[in-house]
Design a protein around this ligand. Structure first.
Ligand SMILES: [Zn+2]
Ligand SMILES: [Zn+2]
Length: 154
């Protein structure tokens, strides 16, 4: 895998790099569901982590753990404990380099999660209105690489 690994939040105010990463997991615990606003938390241990733009804001989700996120756009970024930091897989510039290899805390797993891959798939928008909406979208999301300046001049 290529190193260093880079990534950041959706708006680009917070960017990180890691020299190396551990085994990525998806965590089914209720706290990860809340912290990510999702069905589970995708996390990977980061080593040699540096914040190359901005800093995450933190919420102490317990006496032992704090979770970092971008205060500007809300993107979840870290799970931090004494002596370690895990990074949100989806925040990496290339999440495919950090594919999960294990599931943890299955006791809190949402019952529908195992069926997600079998859901029907719709390509494109549902109707012409949706297609027109999609055609008008101009993304303000930070690109999936480091940038000298952000926000970009529009
Ligand atoms: Zn942000
Ligand atoms: Zn968790």
């Amino acid at each position: 895998m290529s190193a260093p690994y880079t990534g950041g939040c959706q708006c680009g105010a917070v960017r990180f790099r890691a020299e190396s990463v551990g085994r990525a997991s998806i965590c089914h615990c209720r706290m990860c569901q809340k912290a990510f606003g999702a069905f589970y938390g995708p996390l990977v241990s980061g080593y040699g982590v540096e914040w190359t733009r901005g800093q995450p804001k933190h919420f102490a989700s317990s006496n032992l753990v704090r979770r970092g996120f971008c205060a500007e756009c809300g993107t979840p970024l870290t799970y931090e404990y004494d002596g370690g930091v895990e990074l949100a897989v989806g925040a990496f510039d290339d999440p495919s380099l950090v594919a999960p290899v294990i599931q943890v805390n299955p006791a809190d797993k949402q019952s529908f999660v195992d069926g997600l891959a079998a859901l029907p798939v719709r390509q494109g928008a549902e109707n012409a209105e949706g297609e027109a909406f999609n055609a008008r979208v101009v993304s303000y999301q930070h690109p999936d690489h480091d940038t000298a300046e952000w926000p970009a001049q529009r």
